[in-house]
Design a protein around this ligand. Structure first.
Ligand SMILES: *Cc1c(COP(=O)(O)O)cnc(C)c1O
Length: 437
């Protein structure tokens, strides 16, 4: 696969180069140049193909053998799988929270970690992943990279500002996962990471790389579950489906649109957001006005400047009309989110996390407006990760997923650090400068 920056102002790169660079040198996002049609491969899939088998077909179709034997790779990378659950008439939730951090980001993080490990081993190189987190992404990354050969991960988080569970998820793994507790805010963590990457001398001595959500290596694997769901639905006799995607940075939706470009038969997509609605607004008015985000119950979607919008624009050639033909926007308020969670618990005995609830209400609206295709809502997180909101909506405390409850019992370790890049530099040099291959 060859890739090009959305800013069109840096050299084309291979998939491996794009993985380790993350952001293109011109500040743009990497996108595949060619979008091969792999419908012939997809058509052979049926309900009997498990998730690794589906993923391997797509990898072979779009990446070839860049990661070695595709099926071996996917079997090792994905010990967890999505589940499709019908929640009401014409609406199914694709549960994507059966992985180690109980949110869909496990798919992207696991794939990126496994791909990086494989490529580094092939080249006999090491990498140090440097990342800042306000909570959720960091835990998916930590879990995915834990125990990987040739890779260490340094995670910066703001002291006292992540939830107790998130802190445990970051600090209890140990081994090649190093947690730094910054005496400052999330913005300090992000600034330190940015400054470290800009320090040329440091980068020569320590092979720093990133694993953030704009990495194409996190996007490609998110297309796999759209195809998986479609194969399951087709086997069950469902002829037409739409995907409803609770969105913030729009990585998940972009991955679905990629799958469609690769030949997946989809009626359409629904971009479901909370009141941070820059994309639904764009679809309505053709005006794109990124702005400050506001806090909501579905906080992983509190994004005012969606980082993948440029990729969506690249796919649709910058045309709002073209995008509208494929993507509908729906905006859901906090109050509507709570009501939906309450209603689904009372009427269907289903717990929804606030993000998935935004998607479910959007799906109901599409059905009510006459779209009778089967609505597949991406279930982005386990309801147990949002205990307080679920309790407020339903009056009942859902169970914490077992693997998360177990983490709470463990003792964590984090090294304290001042919010100064000089301290981070010293830490990285002391820990990693000597041992680089
Ligand atoms: C990250 C996240 C989202 C938003 O996904 P994007 O790809 O950023 O649009 C939605 N729900 C949950 C639970 C998330 O963690």
């Amino acid at each position: 696969m060859r890739l090009r920056s959305t800013n069109n102002n840096s050299p084309e790169v291979s998939f491996a180069e794009a993985l380790f660079q993350g952001l293109a040198p011109d500040g743009g996002l990497y996108m595949p140049i060619a979008l091969p049609n792999i419908f012939d491969r997809l058509e052979k899939l049926d309900g009997g193909n498990d998730f690794p088998a589906v993923a391997a077909q797509i990898i072979e179709g779009v990446l070839g053998d860049e990661l070695g034997n595709a099926l071996d790779f996917t079997r090792q990378t994905f010990p967890f799988a999505p589940a499709l659950v019908r929640v009401s008439e014409g609406i199914q939730v694709l549960e994507l929270w059966h992985g180690p951090s109980s949110a869909f980001k496990d798919y992207g993080a696991s794939f990126l970690a496994a791909a990086m490990e494989r490529l580094l081993q092939d080249r006999n190189q090491r990498a140090i992943i440097l990342t800042a987190t306000s909570g959720d992404t960091g835990s998916a990354v930590a879990q995915a990279f834990y125990g990987r050969e040739n890779i260490d991960v340094v995670i910066l988080f703001p002291e006292g500002r992540v939830s107790p569970l998130q802190e445990k998820q970051l600090t209890t793994l140990g081994g090649n996962i190093h947690a730094l507790q910054v005496k400052g805010a999330f913005d300090d963590c992000q600034r330190m990471v940015k400054e470290a990457f800009m320090d040329k001398q440091l980068c020569q001595q320590v092979p720093l790389t990133s694993a953030n959500s704009i990495n194409i290596g996190r996007l490609v694997p998110q297309s796999f579950y759209y195809v998986y769901a479609w194969a399951q639905l087709r086997a069950a006799g469902v002829s037409e489906c739409s995907f409803v995607v609770p969105s913030g940075n729009f990585g998940n939706l972009t991955a679905g649109v990629l799958a469609w470009k690769w030949g997946l038969p989809v009626k359409g997509f629904v971009a479901a957001t909370n009141v941070n609605d820059v994309v639904p607004e764009y679809l309505k008015t053709a005006q794109y006005n990124p702005r400050e985000s506001v806090a909501t119950y579905s906080n992983a979607m509190d994004v005012g400047t969606p980082s993948n919008f440029d990729r969506l624009q690249a796919i649709f050639g910058g045309s709002c009309e073209e995008m509208k033909n494929m993507i509908a926007g729906e905006v859901v308020t906090d109050e509507q989110t709570l009501q939906t969670m309450q209603r689904y618990y009372q009427e269907h005995k289903v717990f929804l996390d606030p993000h998935t609830a935004v998607g479910v209400l959007a799906a109901e609206r599409r059905r009510a407006s006459g779209d009778k295709s089967e609505m597949i809502v991406l279930g982005t997180a386990h309801p147990g990760k949002f205990l307080e909101v679920v309790k407020e909506a339903t009056g009942v405390l859902p169970d914490l997923p077992e693997r998360l409850a177990a983490v709470l019992e463990k003792k964590g370790h984090a090294d304290p650090i001042f919010p100064d890049v000089a301290d981070l530099r010293a830490y990285l040099l002391e820990k990693f400068a000597g041992q680089v291959i």
